[in-house]
Design a protein around this ligand. Structure first.
Ligand SMILES: O=c1ccn([C@@H]2O[C@H](COP(=O)(O)O)[C@@H](O)[C@H]2O)c(=O)[nH]1
Length: 307
């Protein structure tokens, strides 16, 4: 099952860190752009080649120390068909090195449309899991759940997102006296019963932001079946302490995504005097090792088992 494979990958890499491949052309090292533009021209094709080459460097540097990568489709979709090619090529390369691939596509929509989104991603062998948006209601996520079970894939449903504005709707109190995100959490946890693996977690998981540690603590209890995909670590302000309550005492229960803080580590105050732009991938590796060490130390301090 997807979730068992994910847990086994976390165990074998001894890391719950997911690297987010969200490349920006304006932050891409010049030497990569030079290579890409020379090969494909200083145009959309060249830009997309540069994004792919950048990702390839990161993947080469981290594939042996993380269980998965998360690829945010917006950074590719912005460039049309060439962007999509870079998106698929990135997924293909990550898979070829044994990484699990989460497509961050946050899909939703009415059932008939959701079926087509699901066909695009969950029926595609390149992707192990996708993110979905359940805020249109249960019927809209069932096509993804059905395909996840049928094709042995995973889904992570948005429950409490990491952005500031997540409170605008997700934190409204319902007539039952709970927050909207808790109602969504209850729905997802119930649905997730249909896909529980041998470690007690389901292939139907939840997105819970690192920037809301109190809410995450509540949700960990209210969603015992659901593995959390936790964005918001690093660049958005989430810290190791903030994510601790996403884990269970066996050191499972969560994968922690970091995109900018890892892929652009060489530009951060911590690493910028150590690594040049030519060494951006080594900097990303160093940041993942540091992040993994800090998370595992945090787990040990709590007397939880480290990953
Ligand atoms: O609640 C959410 C859900 C998804 N994301 C995604 O995670 C990364 C975060 O990038 P950073 O550079 O580490 O901030 C990005 O792909 C978002 O789409 C999120 O941030 N919050």
């Amino acid at each position: 099952m997807f979730i068992d494979r994910l847990i086994e990958n976390i165990k074998s890499k001894k890391s719950p860190v997911v690297v987010g491949l969200d490349p920006r052309i304006e932050m891409t090292p010049q030497f990569i752009k030079d290579i890409a533009f020379k090969k494909r021209g200083e145009n959309i094709e060249g830009v997309c080649e540069a994004l792919y080459l950048f990702n390839k460097g990161i993947i080469d540097a981290v594939y042996d120390i993380v269980p998965a990568v998360k690829i945010q489709v917006a950074f590719y979709e912005a460039y049309g068909i060439e962007g999509f090619k870079a998106f698929f090529k990135t997924a293909e390369y990550a898979k070829s090195l044994g990484l699990m691939v989460i497509a961050d596509v946050k899909r939703g929509d009415i059932q008939e449309v959701a079926k087509m989104y699901s066909k695009a991603y969950l029926q595609n062998q390149l992707f192990d899991a996708i993110t979905v948006n359940p805020y249109m209601g249960e019927d809209t996520i069932m096509p993804y759940v059905e395909d996840a079970i049928k094709y042995d894939k995973g889904i992570f449903a948005l429950v409490k997102t990491s952005n500031k504005g997540s409170k605008d709707i997700q934190d409204i109190k319902t007539t039952k006296g709970e927050y909207v995100y808790q109602s969504v959490a209850r729905m997802i946890n119930r649905i997730s019963n249909s896909a529980i693996g041998k470690y007690g977690y389901s292939s139907i998981g939840a997105v819970v932001g690192a920037t809301y540690p109190e809410e995450a603590k509540v949700l960990r209890k209210e969603m015992p079946n659901c593995f959390f995909l936790v964005p918001g670590y690093g660049a958005q302000g989430g810290t190791v302490e903030d994510i601790m309550d996403c884990f269970d005492e066996n050191g499972f229960g969560a994968i922690i995504n970091s995109s900018r803080s890892v892929i652009y580590a060489y530009q951060t105050p911590y690493w910028k005097d150590v690594y040049s732009e030519y060494e951006y991938a080594q900097a990303a590796r160093a940041e993942v090792i540091l992040m993994t060490g800090m998370i595992n130390n945090g787990l040990v301090k709590r007397k939880y088992i480290a990953c």
